[in-house]
Write a protein that binds this ligand. Structure first.
Ligand code: FE2
Length: 285
């Protein structure tokens, strides 16, 4: 008997103000620690009014985490203090490992209709890798493999392995899976999951029925699963699109202040002191 994951709970994104005044929905964050271990936060910054996002996320530091940005509409211009820069366009992913530290800005731009939108996930780094060299993986939309199943279900494999199709973001510390799944109406989907891993789905379009309990979840709902070997999802009268994310919990203490996440309060004090005295950045390229 394969153990089908039940639903632990369904969350609703909370309106949150971030950066220099960006209105977004936070699916989970600081108050949910350690429930989503190894993940820390998921922000949904889809919007169609530039007044609510144009101020963007000006210069700020990160240390000890990875930020994964997945764009659907519009774009985000990214630049950091050691000269890395680029534009994240619709369908693209930026997988940034802040490691020992980066200083960057992320500035959104709408498309022709003023729409801009995407998601940012924060993944924690284990204590042994928190001070690793920062690195970027810029993944263009066309580099993301897409699986088209006979029933019309479409899976974009950003990270992980689905039936031998491997995602473009490889060699990630917490062995995560990051999939963008679209199921047409009247279809079912079963996905194997690693025992002990944290697994959740964030719905971005339509409505679906999750687990064998068939609990309904729609746009901006997050379904957090209990432990098990697989998950089941059904689409009935309408199609559903969701991000399916999983990862291996770290089980380490979390000391979190703003954009910096370490293991102890003392490490946080050091990081903020270094930020104030200009020694925060450890690597030059
Ligand atoms: Fe950032």
């Amino acid at each position: 008997m394969t153990l089908d994951r039940k639903i632990r709970r369904i969350l609703q994104g909370k309106p949150t103000l971030e950066g220099a005044g960006v209105h977004l929905k936070r699916a989970f964050g600081f108050s949910e620690v350690p429930e989503f271990d190894p993940f820390l936060l998921l922000d949904d910054f889809r919007g169609d009014d530039p007044r609510y996002y144009i101020q963007g996320f000006p210069w700020h530091p990160h240390r000890g985490i990875e930020t994964i940005t997945y764009m659907l509409d519009g774009s985000v211009e990214h630049g950091d203090s050691i000269g890395n820069e680029g534009i994240i366009n619709p369908g693209d992913v930026q997988w940034m490992t802040a490691g020992s530290g980066i200083l960057h800005q992320e500035m959104p731009k709408g498309d022709n209709e003023g729409r801009m939108g995407g998601f940012q996930l924060w993944a924690n780094l284990p204590a042994s890798r928190k001070m690793m060299e920062p690195r970027y993986r810029d993944i263009k939309s066309e580099q993301i493999p897409e699986i088209n199943m006979p029933n019309g279900t479409k899976i974009r494999v950003i990270c992980g392995d689905v039936g031998g199709v491997e995602g473009s973001a490889k060699d990630i510390v917490i062995k995560p899976e990051f999939l963008d799944i679209t199921m047409p109406e009247n279809t079912d989907y079963l996905h194997p999951t690693e025992m002990g891993h944290t697994v959740f789905a964030y719905i971005i379009e339509g409505k679906g029925y999750f687990s064998q309990e068939k609990k309904a979840a729609a746009n901006e709902n997050l379904v957090l699963f209990d432990n098990g070997e697989q998950i089941t999802i059904a689409a009935r009268r309408e199609a559903v699109r969701f991000l399916l994310i999983s990862g291996k919990p770290l089980g380490e203490p979390v000391a979190w202040r703003g954009p910096i996440v370490l293991n102890t309060q003392e490490e946080l004090e050091i990081a903020f002191a270094e930020y104030r005295n200009g020694t925060f950045i450890k690597s030059e390229d």
